[in-house]
Design a protein around this ligand. Structure first.
Ligand code: PEP
Ligand code: MN
Length: 261
Protein backbone atom coordinates (compact mmCIF):
# COMPACT_ATOMS: atom_id res chain seq x y z
CA UNK A 1 0.00 0.00 0.00
CA UNK A 2 1.35 3.41 -0.80
CA UNK A 3 1.76 5.91 1.98
CA UNK A 4 -0.95 7.89 0.25
CA UNK A 5 -3.44 5.04 0.34
CA UNK A 6 -2.70 4.53 4.01
CA UNK A 7 -3.34 8.22 4.58
CA UNK A 8 -6.65 7.86 2.81
CA UNK A 9 -7.77 5.10 5.10
CA UNK A 10 -6.48 5.17 8.62
CA UNK A 11 -4.91 8.56 9.07
CA UNK A 12 -5.94 10.52 12.12
CA UNK A 13 -9.34 12.08 11.63
CA UNK A 14 -10.59 9.37 9.29
CA UNK A 15 -12.17 6.09 10.24
CA UNK A 16 -12.09 2.86 8.22
CA UNK A 17 -13.26 -0.71 8.58
CA UNK A 18 -10.97 -3.62 7.71
CA UNK A 19 -12.93 -6.84 7.21
CA UNK A 20 -12.49 -10.41 6.09
CA UNK A 21 -12.20 -13.97 7.31
CA UNK A 22 -9.89 -15.19 10.03
CA UNK A 23 -8.15 -17.33 7.45
CA UNK A 24 -8.23 -17.85 3.70
CA UNK A 25 -9.96 -21.20 3.18
CA UNK A 26 -10.53 -21.46 -0.56
CA UNK A 27 -10.60 -19.37 -3.72
CA UNK A 28 -14.40 -19.17 -3.73
CA UNK A 29 -14.74 -18.09 -0.12
CA UNK A 30 -12.08 -15.39 -0.21
CA UNK A 31 -13.38 -13.93 -3.49
CA UNK A 32 -16.96 -13.94 -2.25
CA UNK A 33 -15.92 -12.32 1.02
CA UNK A 34 -13.76 -9.73 -0.73
CA UNK A 35 -16.61 -8.71 -3.03
CA UNK A 36 -19.08 -8.55 -0.13
CA UNK A 37 -16.93 -6.45 2.18
CA UNK A 38 -15.96 -4.14 -0.70
CA UNK A 39 -19.67 -3.60 -1.39
CA UNK A 40 -20.16 -2.84 2.30
CA UNK A 41 -17.49 -0.13 2.19
CA UNK A 42 -14.55 -1.90 3.84
CA UNK A 43 -11.25 -0.10 3.24
CA UNK A 44 -9.09 -3.24 3.36
CA UNK A 45 -9.47 -7.02 3.22
CA UNK A 46 -8.07 -9.08 6.09
CA UNK A 47 -7.30 -12.79 5.91
CA UNK A 48 -4.56 -15.00 7.31
CA UNK A 49 -2.51 -17.33 5.14
CA UNK A 50 -0.40 -18.26 8.17
CA UNK A 51 -2.32 -18.72 11.41
CA UNK A 52 -1.06 -18.64 15.00
CA UNK A 53 -3.27 -21.40 16.46
CA UNK A 54 -3.33 -22.28 20.14
CA UNK A 55 -3.28 -25.97 19.21
CA UNK A 56 -0.76 -27.32 16.68
CA UNK A 57 -3.48 -29.72 15.52
CA UNK A 58 -5.77 -26.90 14.36
CA UNK A 59 -5.77 -25.64 10.75
CA UNK A 60 -2.57 -23.64 10.25
CA UNK A 61 -3.52 -21.74 7.06
CA UNK A 62 -2.99 -22.32 3.33
CA UNK A 63 0.42 -20.64 3.32
CA UNK A 64 1.74 -19.55 -0.08
CA UNK A 65 -1.46 -20.70 -1.77
CA UNK A 66 -3.44 -18.48 0.61
CA UNK A 67 -1.25 -15.52 -0.33
CA UNK A 68 -1.88 -16.21 -4.01
CA UNK A 69 -5.63 -16.18 -3.39
CA UNK A 70 -5.37 -12.90 -1.49
CA UNK A 71 -3.55 -11.42 -4.45
CA UNK A 72 -6.37 -12.53 -6.72
CA UNK A 73 -8.95 -10.98 -4.37
CA UNK A 74 -6.97 -7.72 -4.38
CA UNK A 75 -6.79 -7.67 -8.18
CA UNK A 76 -10.51 -8.25 -8.48
CA UNK A 77 -11.78 -5.81 -5.85
CA UNK A 78 -8.96 -3.30 -5.54
CA UNK A 79 -9.00 -3.77 -1.76
CA UNK A 80 -5.57 -3.57 -0.09
CA UNK A 81 -4.62 -6.70 1.87
CA UNK A 82 -3.86 -7.10 5.58
CA UNK A 83 -2.30 -10.47 6.32
CA UNK A 84 -0.27 -11.89 9.18
CA UNK A 85 3.45 -12.57 9.19
CA UNK A 86 4.06 -15.40 11.64
CA UNK A 87 7.62 -16.42 10.93
CA UNK A 88 10.62 -14.41 9.67
CA UNK A 89 11.24 -17.11 7.05
CA UNK A 90 8.02 -16.10 5.25
CA UNK A 91 8.78 -12.38 5.13
CA UNK A 92 9.54 -12.20 1.42
CA UNK A 93 6.44 -14.11 0.37
CA UNK A 94 4.12 -12.16 2.65
CA UNK A 95 5.60 -8.80 1.64
CA UNK A 96 4.92 -9.54 -2.03
CA UNK A 97 1.17 -9.62 -1.42
CA UNK A 98 0.51 -7.67 1.79
CA UNK A 99 -0.26 -3.96 1.73
CA UNK A 100 -0.22 -4.05 5.52
CA UNK A 101 1.59 -6.75 7.52
CA UNK A 102 -0.18 -7.93 10.66
CA UNK A 103 1.87 -8.97 13.67
CA UNK A 104 -0.35 -11.07 15.90
CA UNK A 105 -0.90 -10.66 19.63
CA UNK A 106 1.21 -13.74 20.40
CA UNK A 107 4.13 -12.26 18.48
CA UNK A 108 3.96 -8.71 19.80
CA UNK A 109 7.27 -9.19 21.59
CA UNK A 110 8.97 -11.24 18.88
CA UNK A 111 11.63 -8.63 18.28
CA UNK A 112 13.35 -10.39 15.38
CA UNK A 113 10.00 -10.61 13.59
CA UNK A 114 9.19 -6.94 14.27
CA UNK A 115 12.57 -5.90 12.91
CA UNK A 116 12.19 -7.95 9.72
CA UNK A 117 8.61 -6.76 9.22
CA UNK A 118 9.75 -3.18 9.74
CA UNK A 119 12.50 -3.58 7.13
CA UNK A 120 9.95 -4.41 4.42
CA UNK A 121 8.86 -0.75 4.57
CA UNK A 122 5.22 -1.85 4.57
CA UNK A 123 2.77 -0.52 7.17
CA UNK A 124 2.63 -2.82 10.21
CA UNK A 125 -0.60 -3.60 12.06
CA UNK A 126 0.66 -4.44 15.54
CA UNK A 127 -1.73 -6.26 17.84
CA UNK A 128 -1.45 -5.81 21.57
CA UNK A 129 -0.19 -8.90 23.40
CA UNK A 130 -2.60 -10.84 25.58
CA UNK A 131 -1.03 -9.46 28.74
CA UNK A 132 0.97 -6.51 27.44
CA UNK A 133 0.84 -3.06 28.96
CA UNK A 134 0.48 -0.04 26.70
CA UNK A 135 4.13 0.84 27.39
CA UNK A 136 5.15 -2.62 26.20
CA UNK A 137 3.00 -2.22 23.08
CA UNK A 138 4.68 1.09 22.29
CA UNK A 139 8.13 -0.40 22.91
CA UNK A 140 7.28 -3.18 20.45
CA UNK A 141 6.23 -0.53 17.91
CA UNK A 142 9.64 1.09 18.37
CA UNK A 143 11.25 -1.99 16.85
CA UNK A 144 9.45 -1.18 13.59
CA UNK A 145 10.00 2.57 13.83
CA UNK A 146 13.75 2.12 14.35
CA UNK A 147 13.92 0.50 10.89
CA UNK A 148 12.91 3.87 9.44
CA UNK A 149 9.39 2.62 9.00
CA UNK A 150 6.97 5.18 10.45
CA UNK A 151 3.78 3.33 9.50
CA UNK A 152 2.62 1.37 12.53
CA UNK A 153 -1.07 0.88 13.29
CA UNK A 154 -1.70 -0.17 16.90
CA UNK A 155 -4.54 -2.61 17.59
CA UNK A 156 -6.37 -3.30 20.84
CA UNK A 157 -7.79 -6.85 20.64
CA UNK A 158 -8.61 -7.75 24.23
CA UNK A 159 -6.38 -8.66 27.14
CA UNK A 160 -6.39 -11.34 29.85
CA UNK A 161 -7.95 -10.25 33.10
CA UNK A 162 -9.43 -12.02 36.14
CA UNK A 163 -12.89 -11.89 34.50
CA UNK A 164 -13.93 -15.33 33.28
CA UNK A 165 -17.31 -14.43 31.76
CA UNK A 166 -15.76 -13.64 28.39
CA UNK A 167 -12.74 -14.68 26.38
CA UNK A 168 -10.74 -11.47 26.70
CA UNK A 169 -11.48 -8.05 28.18
CA UNK A 170 -11.64 -5.44 25.42
CA UNK A 171 -9.68 -2.57 26.90
CA UNK A 172 -11.30 0.42 25.26
CA UNK A 173 -9.55 2.78 27.66
CA UNK A 174 -6.46 1.91 25.62
CA UNK A 175 -7.85 4.06 22.79
CA UNK A 176 -7.86 7.46 24.51
CA UNK A 177 -4.84 6.46 26.59
CA UNK A 178 -2.72 5.57 23.54
CA UNK A 179 -3.81 8.74 21.78
CA UNK A 180 -2.32 10.67 24.65
CA UNK A 181 0.94 8.72 24.33
CA UNK A 182 1.54 8.52 20.56
CA UNK A 183 0.45 9.87 17.18
CA UNK A 184 0.20 6.36 15.70
CA UNK A 185 -3.28 5.29 14.55
CA UNK A 186 -5.17 3.05 16.99
CA UNK A 187 -7.72 0.51 15.80
CA UNK A 188 -9.85 -2.06 17.64
CA UNK A 189 -10.52 -5.74 16.94
CA UNK A 190 -13.89 -6.61 18.53
CA UNK A 191 -13.92 -10.16 17.11
CA UNK A 192 -11.02 -11.74 18.98
CA UNK A 193 -11.91 -10.00 22.21
CA UNK A 194 -15.48 -11.26 22.29
CA UNK A 195 -15.05 -14.67 20.70
CA UNK A 196 -18.76 -14.46 19.84
CA UNK A 197 -20.52 -12.65 17.02
CA UNK A 198 -23.49 -11.33 19.01
CA UNK A 199 -21.21 -8.95 20.93
CA UNK A 200 -19.26 -7.68 17.93
CA UNK A 201 -21.64 -4.85 16.99
CA UNK A 202 -21.86 -3.32 20.46
CA UNK A 203 -18.10 -3.52 20.98
CA UNK A 204 -17.55 -1.93 17.57
CA UNK A 205 -19.95 0.92 18.32
CA UNK A 206 -18.19 1.48 21.64
CA UNK A 207 -14.78 1.47 19.92
CA UNK A 208 -15.96 4.02 17.37
CA UNK A 209 -17.40 6.18 20.16
CA UNK A 210 -14.12 5.92 22.08
CA UNK A 211 -12.29 7.52 19.16
CA UNK A 212 -10.69 4.54 17.42
CA UNK A 213 -9.27 5.21 13.95
CA UNK A 214 -10.79 2.02 12.65
CA UNK A 215 -12.02 -1.50 13.27
CA UNK A 216 -10.68 -4.84 12.09
CA UNK A 217 -13.49 -7.37 12.08
CA UNK A 218 -13.90 -11.01 11.06
CA UNK A 219 -16.51 -11.75 8.41
CA UNK A 220 -17.28 -15.10 6.76
CA UNK A 221 -19.80 -16.12 4.07
CA UNK A 222 -20.81 -19.19 6.14
CA UNK A 223 -19.58 -18.76 9.71
CA UNK A 224 -20.99 -22.18 10.80
CA UNK A 225 -18.56 -23.95 8.47
CA UNK A 226 -15.52 -21.72 9.11
CA UNK A 227 -12.21 -23.50 9.69
CA UNK A 228 -11.18 -20.86 12.19
CA UNK A 229 -13.00 -18.43 14.52
CA UNK A 230 -16.48 -19.06 13.06
CA UNK A 231 -18.24 -18.30 16.36
CA UNK A 232 -17.02 -14.72 16.33
CA UNK A 233 -17.29 -14.07 12.59
CA UNK A 234 -20.08 -11.85 11.29
CA UNK A 235 -22.10 -13.37 8.47
CA UNK A 236 -21.14 -11.69 5.21
CA UNK A 237 -24.77 -10.87 4.47
CA UNK A 238 -24.98 -8.76 7.63
CA UNK A 239 -21.75 -6.84 6.98
CA UNK A 240 -23.11 -3.84 5.07
CA UNK A 241 -25.71 -2.99 7.73
CA UNK A 242 -23.15 -3.50 10.50
CA UNK A 243 -20.59 -1.27 8.77
CA UNK A 244 -23.17 1.49 8.20
CA UNK A 245 -24.08 1.52 11.87
CA UNK A 246 -20.46 1.63 13.02
CA UNK A 247 -19.58 4.41 10.59
CA UNK A 248 -22.56 6.42 11.85
CA UNK A 249 -21.22 6.31 15.39
CA UNK A 250 -17.74 7.23 14.13
CA UNK A 251 -19.29 10.26 12.48
CA UNK A 252 -21.04 11.23 15.69
CA UNK A 253 -17.63 10.92 17.37
CA UNK A 254 -16.42 13.55 14.91
CA UNK A 255 -14.64 11.38 12.35
CA UNK A 256 -14.61 11.46 8.60
CA UNK A 257 -15.46 7.97 7.48
CA UNK A 258 -13.62 6.14 4.75
CA UNK A 259 -15.27 3.74 2.37
CA UNK A 260 -13.52 1.56 -0.21
CA UNK A 261 -10.62 3.34 -1.89
C1 PEP B 1 -6.32 -12.87 13.92
O1 PEP B 1 -6.36 -11.66 13.63
O2 PEP B 1 -6.90 -13.77 13.27
C2 PEP B 1 -5.60 -13.25 15.17
C3 PEP B 1 -5.14 -14.49 15.35
O3 PEP B 1 -5.53 -12.25 16.06
P1 PEP B 1 -4.74 -12.14 17.45
O4 PEP B 1 -3.29 -12.19 17.11
O5 PEP B 1 -5.19 -10.81 17.97
O6 PEP B 1 -5.19 -13.29 18.32
MN1 MN C 1 -9.11 -15.05 13.95
Amino acid sequence: MTANALNNTLERGRFGIIAGPCTVESREMILETARGVADGGAVMLRGGAYKPRTSPHSFQGLGVEGLRLLQEAKEETGLPIVTELLDVRDTEHVAEVADVIQIGARNMQNYALLTEAGRTGLPILLKRGLSATLEELLSAAEYVLKEDNPNVILCERGIRTFEGAYRFTLDLMAVPALKGMTDLPVIVDPSHAAGRRDWVLSLSLAAAAAGADGIIVEVHPEPETALCDGAQSLALESFAAYADQVRRVAEIAGRDVSVAL
